[in-house]
Design a protein around this ligand. Structure first.
Ligand SMILES: Cc1cc2nc3c(=O)[nH]c(=O)nc-3n(C[C@H](O)[C@H](O)[C@H](O)COP(=O)(O)OP(=O)(O)OC[C@H]3O[C@@H](n4cnc5c(N)ncnc54)[C@H](O)[C@@H]3O)c2cc1C
Length: 444
């Protein structure tokens, strides 16, 4: 496989100290390894939100579906994320999206983003999933006084986009909202979204797909894709012959699986630190009792939330290599950020730290469409760290395409194959200078 990170990124080490498994009190879903030859109408590579949502959409139409994942359920980003369900799957401002793609397609994109939150809600209701939900919409906080106007402007943009009101909270009112931190200088509450336990969510989707007749295989990496009119997928012990193919491998993709995706995606590391449960006294001492999920205004952003069991979860971006040394260095940065944001919790232990790969595109918008030169093969990826929501939606979009249906907002900007990153297999080299610049800009 042609993958662009160190081997460690594709193994279990980055999730060895992950918090989510400790929240699961029933045995995780298990599926066999593929052994032998199968035929089906639709084959899916990847069992994260993208692949499972595609599988569920196809199964709802009575389709014959096989899903193959290289690992066990919940191994990928879908079982290791921060659980923030919100709009924001592009890495571009609304104005730039309108300028680049035109007002009417931009509106379809904003509608799709809104519909993606609704789809997650629909899955929770339809499959009766208990996912430790909290947070009324999400909160965007200014990380420096100079960022306050931009945060307010974002609220205004949001109102224009969705016709929904935002609430501005000035610095002096933040403590009354349970958001007391020296690191933040104002906030806007935005009414769309909520937070969930990502592992409970992905396990629930697996069980729902299995119950609906999807044939699921774990520990079955696809090592070769043959185009034969339909598609033949090879694993070490088996083969799947399918009429149509869906690829949902996102940050864990490989440049040759299939070659049509080569250099059109860029995995980027995201990291999460989780504290021990805080006592009521500690919560009061810091003055941070809000159950809102938050994102700050840095380009190398932080995402965080006080979990239902009173642990603080803090996510951050900005590391480039996946090595032991880099994991320790990033953990130290995360801890320093935690101490700066919540000085009254400097003595609080943070026993959990893990990382994983999100995925960007060169166009800075997600892709959900047919793969170039591969009729009947569809892929969705590049949610820019907003995939709890958009991966589910994009998976449903490409399943619709595979079925020949069009029944939800699907902007043209998501159907176009993303441009290739100029540095090809070496594209990760573009990250250190970009991160250094973002760090400088965030600090200025
Ligand atoms: C630390 C972290 C925090 C995040 N926090 C948030 C958040 O709070 N909110 C949010 O919206 N998003 C967040 N994200 C992003 C979100 O988790 C992802 O966008 C989303 O889970 C992507 O889902 P997916 O199904 O496309 O990919 P994944 O869940 O990564 O699944 C891809 C699957 O493909 C499989 N695979 C790869 N190659 C092969 C092959 N050759 N054969 C078979 N299987 C293969 C892998 O085993 C993997 O299971 C976060 C991500 C990380 C890493």
């Amino acid at each position: 496989m042609k993958r662009i990170y160190e081997d460690m990124a594709y193994g279990d080490r980055p999730i060895q100290e992950r918090y989510w498994p400790s929240t699961i009190d029933t045995p995780p879903p298990e599926y066999p390894e593929l052994d032998g030859e199968l035929r089906c109408d639709f084959a899916i590579i990847g069992g994260g939100y993208t692949g499972l949502s595609a599988a569920l959409t196809l199964a709802a139409e009575g389709a014959d579906v096989v899903l193959l994942d290289a690992n066990v359920p919940g191994w990928g980003a879908s079982g290791r994320n921060g659980g923030l369900v919100s709009v924001g799957s592009a890495k571009m401002d609304d104005e730039d999206i309108v300028r680049k793609y035109g007002a009417s397609d931009a509106q379809v994109f904003f509608d799709a983003e809104r519909a993606s939150v609704d789809l997650v809600e629909q899955y929770l209701t339809e499959f009766e999933l208990d996912v430790d939900r909290h947070s009324k919409g999400y909160t965007f906080v200014a990380h420096k006084p100079g960022a306050v106007p931009a945060v307010k402007e974002y609220g205004e943009e949001y109102t224009k986009r969705y016709g929904l009101p935002f609430e501005f909270v000035p610095k002096e009112a933040m403590a009354a909202h349970g958001l007391n931190s020296p690191d933040f200088h104002g906030a806007v509450h935005l009414p769309i979204g909520f937070a969930l336990n990502p592992m409970k969510f992905i396990f629930g989707l697996y069980r729902a797909a299995h119950q609906r007749g999807v044939r699921i295989f774990s520990k079955s990496p696809v090592t070769k894709i043959e185009q034969t009119g339909g598609y033949v997928l090879h694993t070490s012990k088996g083969r799947v012959r399918a009429k149509k193919l869906i690829v949902g491998t996102n940050g864990y993709s490989s440049d040759d699986m299939p070659g049509a995706m080569s250099a059109r995606y860029l995995p980027v590391q995201s990291n999460i630190l989780v504290s021990r449960p805080l006592t009521e006294d500690e919560i009061q001492a810091q003055g941070w009792w809000s159950r809102q999920m938050l994102v700050d205004s840095r380009t190398l952003l932080h995402y965080f939330r006080l979990l239902p069991d009173n642990r603080m979860l803090l996510g951050l971006r900005g590391s480039v290599r996946v090595t032991e040394q880099n994991m320790s260095a990033t953990r130290a940065i995360a801890r320093a950020d935690f101490d700066r944001m919540f000085p009254e919790w400097r003595h609080v232990e943070t026993p959990y730290f893990w990382s994983g790969l999100i995925c960007m595109t060169r166009n800075l918008v997600p892709f959900a469409g047919e793969l170039l030169g591969m009729e009947g093969a569809f892929a969705a990826f590049g949610y820019h760290g907003g995939g709890v929501t958009m991966a589910n939606y994009a998976g449903a979009l490409i399943a619709d395409m595979a079925l020949g249906k069009s029944r939800r907002p699907h902007p043209d900007l998501m159907k176009r194959a993303p441009r290739r990153f100029e540095l090809g297999l070496f594209r990760r080299a573009s990250l250190p200078p970009a991160f250094a610049w973002y760090k400088l800009r965030d600090a200025m």
